[in-house]
Design a protein around this ligand. Structure first.
Ligand SMILES: Nc1ncnc2c1ncn2[C@@H]1O[C@H](COP(=O)(O)OP(=O)(O)O)[C@@H](O)[C@H]1O
Ligand SMILES: [Mg+2]
Length: 244
């Protein structure tokens, strides 16, 4: 699904060149659930932005679903991003002035889907993340975990092949984080390829494979042997105090 060869990215800061990725090779088969770990500044977000066609490498090759992404124009990249990729950020990146449904519909507007079909698909996506009842609420009327679930609904509404999530549980308490992992594990069961950046080794253990970066290079790449099941963990957690 994803294949990169000799991928290098350097940022130019005036006269100084900041290397962010150095000759990275990586292959992710269709349907795999991968966690990327590494210290701050190791190049995780740079890698995700390139995988998500939000940025281009300085050199090297990137094949997404068999297509050579480096040969595409900016318009073609925008199209691939819209149709093939769902992106989820640590800070949710929702529009604050409109309700959950309108946020989730957004990628379909760019695609020219009719208003009626947009509503239907947004409703389905919100249902899939357990937010059917919150469809008319704005982001500021929701908890962080709910906002992140709206962001996931927006990422899946277009039926992406790949989900890229950059520290999606970084701002959340452990229970809300576990609820997010339930959704990712369900999307994985449905066959979607998932790449998730996290600082948290326990979050990484929900995936199938952990790749660690340091100073822009891969320093380890291992399959997870004792995977955690988010549904089980969530069931074992104390219930939130609803009276508060
Ligand atoms: N837009 C940018 N301009 C200049 N340097 C950048 C930019 N983005 C990231 N970097 C640098 O590239 C390196 C990798 O950053 P990043 O990919 O954000 O790491 P991580 O997500 O692992 O914390 C760091 O040294 C960072 O300072
Ligand atoms: Mg980062």
């Amino acid at each position: 699904m994803i294949k990169i060869c000799g991928l290098t990215k350097a940022y130019q800061m005036g006269k100084i060149t900041v290397p962010a990725l150095r000759e990275v090779d990586m292959e992710i088969p269709k349907g795999q659930f991968v966690a990327i770990m590494g210290p701050s500044g190791s190049g995780k977000s740079t890698l995700m932005n390139i995988l998500g066609c939000l940025d281009r490498p300085t050199s090297g090759e990137y094949y997404l679903d068999g297509e050579d992404v480096s040969k595409k124009s900016d318009n073609e990249l925008a199209d691939i991003r819209n149709k093939c990729i769902g992106f989820i950020f640590q800070a949710y990146n929702l529009l604050s002035r409109v309700d959950a449904t309108s946020n989730v519909e957004l990628p379909l507007i760019y695609r020219g889907v009719s208003p009626r079909e947009r509503r239907e698909r947004a409703a389905k996506a919100l249902e899939a993340v357990g937010l059917a009842k919150r469809a008319q609420h704005r982001p500021n009327e929701m908890s962080g975990g709910e906002q992140q679930r709206v962001a996931i609904a927006r990422a899946i509404v277009g039926g992406p092949k790949v989900i890229l999530a950059d520290e999606p549980t970084g701002n959340l308490d452990s229970r809300s984080g576990e609820e997010i992992m339930v959704i990712f594990q369900e999307l994985h069961r449905q066959g979607i390829t998932i790449v998730l950046v996290t600082h948290d080794p326990d979050i990484a253990r929900h995936s199938e494979r952990v790749i660690s970066l340091k100073d822009g290079r891969i320093i380890s790449d291992e399959m997870v042997e004792d995977r955690l099941d988010a549904r089980e963990l969530l069931a074992a957690m104390p219930q939130p105090d609803v009276s508060a």
